[in-house]
Ligand binder design. Sequence first.
Ligand SMILES: [Zn+2]
Ligand SMILES: [Zn+2]
Length: 219
Amino acid sequence: MKIKAAVTHANAEPFQIETVDLEEPKAGEILVKIAACGICHTDEATQHEQVPTPLPAVLGHEGAGIVEKVGEGVTEFKKGDRVGFSFAFCGHCDNCHTAHVASCEHFNDINFGGVLRDGTSRLSQNGETLSMFFGQSAFAEYAVVDADCAIKVEDDSIDLGIVAPLGCGIQTGAGTVLNFLKPEFGSSIVVFGCGAVYFAAGLKPHSLRAGGRASGQAL
Ligand SMILES: [Zn+2]
Ligand SMILES: [Zn+2]
């Protein structure tokens, strides 16, 4: 299908909104109409070739939207579901099997290698393959993502613009504090910076728990 996407053609060139071709979702994948996508430092770093994703590419890795179509074998989502999604993981290595998907042994290949799990991209332009990014390439009207990397947003009152940065910035900040630093009761930590990572790291743990939306939990 023809879609509009923000294409990064070469090192340090600005994003160009252009028409590209997006393939249908394959087995285990979903097609999502993008409602919102955050912008992360890693997008800018890749735009400047500080990340080994081959250009040209469609970046964007904090996407959220509405399921348009599901591929073969996908039963957990249906057309119309509201979803957010995050980085890709293989689902088969030792780290994935022990629920440490952020340390997937194939993380670099399927997030920065320009392809999905099966080693191919769903994006092209004038017959030339475009790299995908973080298994989603969400700087676009539509994206094909692995269903395993998506989370259904059950509460219709939650703005998908808020859901989008959960895919990277918010879980990075909150996860660092809650899952790794684990500050003891009464202790203090200092968080430097700004943006989604900073704001998520700077939230009081009890305010995250009260919302029930700490990193890694379904909404
Ligand atoms: Zn990011
Ligand atoms: Zn893995």
